[in-house]
Design a protein around this ligand. Structure first.
Ligand code: ADP
Ligand code: ZN
Length: 626
């Protein structure tokens, strides 16, 4: 088969389609044009050079300032079967020499280097004998004195660039004002000056601000909604970090602190434990996060006010890099601005005025009663066109405002009955399939096509059932089980028996668009256009345990073996053959070959035991009936 960016995306990475601008950037690089690409964290910058690297005959050099990130990338590429090595000062001489040998032999596709390493004579010598097709500069804003993270050794890269005039040069960053953009392109001597700028909107992040009243209790309540899921809590001071971490530990939460006052060893150990899924929560000052690539961070809590909008955006950006829903909570009280002002006052003009301005923007954001996403994007000079983003607290509230309430008793009873008949353990998506009479793999597997409610909801469109499920949950007729299925509350049983009526937002009917204003998801529920987090949690847990086992034996973080999204998809669609497994997110050819059988066995065993349970649980019932 011909090797194209599309075919490699599928066969090597196991992804379905490109994210915005990835394909365009790859096209420019392959045409050996210089390119500056600006994408938010999690936007998928790495693929922009990794795919060309697989198509170019020569070497791709990737300059990156963070040693831990380089090693992480190489681990991920190695797991995909892509030859990549790293050269930096942290390596033992023997490994260093071995890696140089790999580069010299021409087998290596990607070489990750620290800028100061690239500038050494040894490396310059090595590279005279090796054809270089692409020079990638990650975190390219470090080249600019106007950026927030200027690094003098980056400035020297200008010279390196001149040594490889035929290679494409790709500069990547997540933050760049027009001034920094111009600076990067100027410093690297770009011929083409048309940066690729992706939207800064991260649709999978739910944005919420709560008045800070009893922050420990608020945090604890919040964490209870995310059992077993990883997250970061940011605090203003080291002392606060230590206190909150201890508070959470006492309440049985696997939390560890991280701040600059700790020893290097302790800090590294805690970060490692977080990345390897050994603990759930890291409580940290802003010192935490730069070198973190963990894609399955499901929430970020700001226990204290961040210093400004930029740092807030950067910190929440560490959530949900894998594209699955993630929740960002800011606990806000105006009094907290005093602590920040204190630091601002120490600064000199004009920095001081600028810092005040940035803080004011953040306060306006926190106080705002309009769409938070709109406000945030506006700050970054981007317009968010929709009236309602449906993934921030303000939009969710405005949607839930009682308009004209209508009587939903009849469809509500049907949905509650579906919950009851299927055993009070499935999520809304599955219940809707039952009601609409869709014989999906899962519906058939559980025998739900034989329930009396199967297909009884065909009078209403899918959107109506989804809206109804949300409303019933909001009204506490349904609640989430431990495993995220829906079960009946006492109130729900009353409604099911017909003793109480159910009132709520009108439902969309057949052939009509949903009523306006649309009933939106409650905070934390699935977001439109984002893959649903509704899956068989028991199976997910089995798969996750196996992943952890494999990861520990290979000394890598779990996501290097497979991302969460792969596990979620497996526990949603129950693939029972290698062919169907190949369609699952993240299963490229190499991963399929390495891990396919292992995971398939688990899914097959689980499906078999489920079928068995089903048969057992039906038997006593039929005997009663006899
Ligand atoms: P960035 O460097 O911009 O923060 P990454 O390159 O680390 O982002 O990508 C973030 C995550 O998204 C990674 O886990 C990556 O594998 C995944 N990813 C990137 N591109 C795609 C795509 N087209 N489809 C699915 N997942 C992708
Ligand atoms: Zn909004």
């Amino acid at each position: 088969m011909e090797r194209t960016p599309e075919s490699l995306l599928h066969s090597v990475f196991g992804y379905q389609e490109f994210r915005p601008l990835q394909r365009e950037v790859i096209g420019a690089v392959l045409a050996r044009q210089d390119a500056l690409a600006i994408m938010p964290t999690g936007g998928g910058k790495s693929l922009c050079y990794q795919i060309p690297a697989l198509l170019f005959p020569g070497l791709t050099i990737v300059v990156s300032p963070l040693i831990s990130l380089m090693q992480d990338q190489v681990a991920q590429l190695t797991a995909l079967g892509v030859p990549a090595v790293v050269l930096n000062s942290s390596l033992e001489w023997e490994d260093y020499r071995a890696n140089m040998g790999q580069v010299r032999s021409g087998k290596t596709r990607l070489l990750y280097v620290a800028p100061e390493t690239l500038l050494t004579e040894r490396l310059q010598d090595l590279l005279t004998g090796v054809p270089v097709d692409c020079l990638t500069i990650d975190e390219a804003h470090c080249i600019s004195e106007w950026g927030h993270d200027f690094r003098p050794e980056y400035r020297q890269l200008t010279k390196v660039r001149q040594r490889f005039p035929k290679a494409a040069c790709l500069a990547l960053t997540a933050t760049a004002t027009p001034r920094v953009q111009a600076d990067i392109q100027e410093a690297l001597g770009f011929k083409q000056r048309r940066p690729f700028i992706a939207s800064f909107n991260r649709p999978n992040l739910f944005l919420e601000v709560q008045p800070k009243q009893d922050p420990e209790a608020q945090t604890l309540r919040f964490l209870r909604r995310f059992p077993d899921q990883a997250g970061i809590i940011y605090c203003f001071s080291r002392q606060q970090v230590d206190e909150l971490a201890a508070f959470l530990q006492q309440r049985g939460i696997a939390a560890r602190p991280y701040h600059a006052g700790m020893s290097d060893v302790d800090r590294r150990a805690n970060q490692e434990a977080f990345v390897r899924d050994d603990i759930q929560v890291i409580v940290a000052t802003i010192a935490f996060g730069m070198g973190i690539n963990k894609p399955n961070v499901r929430f970020v809590v700001h226990f204290d006010l961040p210093r400004n909008i930029e740092s807030y955006y950067q910190e929440i950006g560490r959530a949900g890099r894998d594209g699955l829903p993630a929740h960002c909570l800011l606990l806000y009280r105006y009094g907290d601005t005093k602590k920040i002002e204190y630091f601002i006052d120490e600064k000199e003009e004009p920095e001081r005025s600028a810092a005040r301005e940035h803080l004011r923007a953040l306060v306006a954001y926190a106080d705002s009663s309009v769409c938070r996403r709109k406000a945030l994007l506006h700050y970054f000079g981007e317009r968010f066109p929709q009236a309602n983003c449906s993934a921030c607290d303000n939009c969710a509230h405005s949607q839930a405002e009682p308009g004209s309430a209508s009587d939903l008793s009849i469809p509500a009873r049907l949905l509650l009955e579906a919950v009851r008949q299927s055993g009070e353990r499935f999520g809304a998506a599955h219940l809707v399939e039952i009601l609409l009479g869709r014989p999906s793999e899962k519906v058939v597997k559980f025998g739900h096509d034989r329930l009396s409610v199967y297909g009884k909801g065909r009078d209403l469109p899918e959107a109506a059932w989804q809206s109804l499920a949300r409303q019933l949950e909001q009204q506490a007729l349904l609640e989430r089980t431990e495993h995220k299925g829906l079960c009946l509350t006492d109130k729900g049983r009353l409604a099911l028996s017909g003793k109480t009526a159910v009132m709520g937002q009108p439902l969309p009917t057949m052939g009509q668009p949903p009523a306006s204003p649309k009933p939106g998801p409650a905070p934390g529920s699935p977001i439109k256009g984002i893959p649903l987090l509704q899956y068989d949690v028991v199976l997910f847990d089995l798969l996750r345990k196996k992943r952890k086992e494999l990861a520990d034996s290979e000394h890598v973080p779990g996501y290097v073996i497979l991302p969460d999204r792969s596990l979620v998809e497996m526990s949603t669609s129950f693939p029972l053959s290698l062919d169907s497994l190949a369609k699952i997110y993240g299963f490229g050819e190499v991963k399929l070959q390495r891990y396919g059988r292992v995971f398939l066995n688990i899914i097959q065993d689980y499906s078999r035991s489920q079928a068995l349970n089903k048969a057992k649980s039906r038997r006593p019932l039929s005997r009663d009936n006899e």
